[in-house]
Design a protein around this ligand. Sequence first.
Ligand code: AMP
Ligand code: MG
Length: 504
Amino acid sequence: MSTAAESVTAPAAPIPFDREGPVLGEAFHTAVAPTPVADPGLVRVNDALARELGIDPAALRSPEGVAILAGNRVPEGAEPRALAYAGHQFGNWVPQLGDGRAILLGEVVDRQGVRRDLQLKGAGPTPFSRGGDGRAPIGPVVREYLGSEFMAALGVPTTRALAAVTTGEPVRRGWAVHPGGVITRVAASHVRVGTFEYFGRRGDVEGVRTLADYVIQRHYPEVAGAEEPYPALFSAVIARTADLIAHWMAAGFIHGVMNTDNLALAGETLDYGPFGFLDTYAADTCYSSIDTGGRYAFDQQPAMARWGLTRLAECLLPLLGEESEARVERAKALLDEFLPRFEATWRALMAERLGLAEVREGDGELLHDLLQAMADGRADYHLTLRGLSDLPDIAGPADAAVVDLFDEPAAITAWLARWRARLAEQGRDEAERQTAMRAVNPKFVLRNHLAQWAVDAATEEGDFTPMDRLLAVLTDPFADHLGEEELARPPRDEQRVQRTFCGT
Ligand code: AMP
Ligand code: MG
């Protein structure tokens, strides 16, 4: 931290890195600097996030700032490094992954006192690149930027996008050549289940313990004083992960690659690859081009999160008790907390979306029956919920706005009657209920065809105006934004994007 006296004589460091936090030793990372690029070009700086991090957005926009964001200049106070991790990819064990195209610059403490990582993704090769180029095409950079900022606006725990730049260099993927880009990602930390597996699967119990202590200090200080901190840590991670997945399911978000290297211990959405949002409601929606078996389909996400947490349990086992059989029982009992926690959070989030001030018995059925009606009637998930927000307490002609979203009117009409009976039970003022619903059911959603539009314009024309137009509505997705109705619409048949790609 520079003092007031210093800042008069020397320009302040553009990023106030903080090195006072808990540290992990050399086994956990390798020092490596970003590889400079030919011609950095600024795409976007996230002003609000920069300020939240104590960074002057104008400094990031300056030539020096852009050089930092492109990896051409290592800023004062940074300690660039690539983190080691392993992971299960589509169920298969991969002993070494690690940051192959991402370089951690350092940590900053935000205005709320929360320590956060700053990472350049697409910043060049590292010892973990395994033959990859360490680069990112601009398309995935745009997708991640849009995806993470939209999720943040929805209130879903997520990594954030601080900035995006172009590199002025081509990136080759198969036969195609794309313009290169770098995204600056901000995360509570980049510790993943795969980081634990990197040590745990080699039997390095001390490595696991060091990492667990670090995660407690950084993310779960409330368990530090527990009689048995490690089981308490595991329980807390389970709860946070269950809440995260509940948010995904309520948002209609499909992560796409829930490999254990993409499950963050801090409980944030991490690694925006072939992610997508529902349009028409279908529980088994799976967009990812590489997920041919539907392992990470929409409705598989709770089970897949639990699967990943089970891999974490295997690493933590030596810390869960003295005797091996008792440890396994302990781990199983803790894992059994996952589904009930997920369901309770999901029900609470969805009840809010239906305008219910609290969850009562029978609400679960009401929710599931709505989803079933959407599935049978091929209704749009988001328009249905947003449409319900505007409906009056009493049935009438306005109902057509929702009923017409369904192939057949019968099921949804019957459901609306049940919903209204339930609303009547709580005696909440109609206008208040509608306002509350509009604040949790977004009008604007990063639908695949919209993301694709922004990606194509950026990739083919170097045109970032679609990205900017989308960000304007997606960072404030509950507001009306009159004049942008086009961006609130589901895809027409010819616009529908059925496949999403990692783009690595
Ligand atoms: P992901 O699919 O993004 O979760 O990445 C899986 C692994 O592949 C991680 O270890 C990445 O660092 C690595 N990786 C992905 N893309 C590249 C790339 N272009 N160059 C080097 N490593 C990469
Ligand atoms: Mg990953």
